[in-house]
Design a protein around this ligand. Structure first.
Ligand code: VGL
Ligand code: ZN
Length: 198
């Protein structure tokens, strides 16, 4: 079965020195580049937010980064401003081999709603269009790597199995933010949903 590698959010702002740095994020560049040739397709996702995005703590009076708030679509962690459209931090890590990507999928560009998953925005309803793209290309087997393990990687893998794809997460090629046990919770949820953790 055709097999796609989905490389999640390997961007400057999620690497050490970036606005929302994930520890060790830059260490994934070489192993991810090395595995790209093993797949029938490579897809990169790119977190891509307008400056007035609702997930940014600075856009909420009195809020601080990493506070949890209720949005019309459910709970939302507030983040430091990151991956702002057109800024250097929104770019891919300069070492990432972007030449191999068939598709670059941007997400999180609507001001009022965040999008961790590559498939749906955080209301779990608004589609990014990725499922249709993968189905049209018969890419039913998906491997996920990148940042962050416990947010965008996990939410993407969970949606993938919910949509009927076969999904696995290559854990040594992921790094987590790990807020209040979020990595353990995400791994439990993935295991229970039938995501293969390898
Ligand atoms: C991510 C928080 C906010 C991620 C993106 O890529 O996991 N996390 N935006
Ligand atoms: Zn984001």
């Amino acid at each position: 079965m055709p097999h796609a590698l989905i490389v999640v959010d390997m961007q400057i702002d999620f690497c050490p020195g970036g606005a929302l740095a994930v520890g060790g994020g830059d260490q994934l560049v070489a192993p991810i580049n090395a595995m790209m040739g093993d797949f029938d397709a490579v897809i990169l996702t790119q977190d891509w937010h307008p400056a007035d995005h609702a997930s940014f703590a600075g856009n909420h009076m009195g809020a601080e980064a990493f506070d949890l708030v209720q949005m019309p679509y459910g709970p939302q962690v507030l983040w430091p401003a990151h991956c702002v459209i057109g800024t250097a931090g929104a770019g891919f890590h300069p070492g990432l081999d972007v030449t191999r990507a068939d598709l670059i999928l941007r997400k999180g560009f609507r001001p009022g709603i965040d999008s961790y998953s590559a498939f749906f925005e955080n209301d779990h309803e608004t589609s990014t269009g990725l499922a249709g793209y993968l189905r049209d290309r018969d890419l039913h087997q998906l491997s996920f790597v990148g940042l962050a393990h416990d947010f965008c990687v996990a939410w993407s893998a969970l949606d993938a199995v919910r949509l009927g794809f076969q999904a696995r997460v290559i854990e040594e090629a992921c790094r987590a933010i790990d807020l209040d046990g979020s990595l353990a919770a995400a791994r439990d949820a993935m295991r229970q949903s039938g995501v293969d953790l390898v």
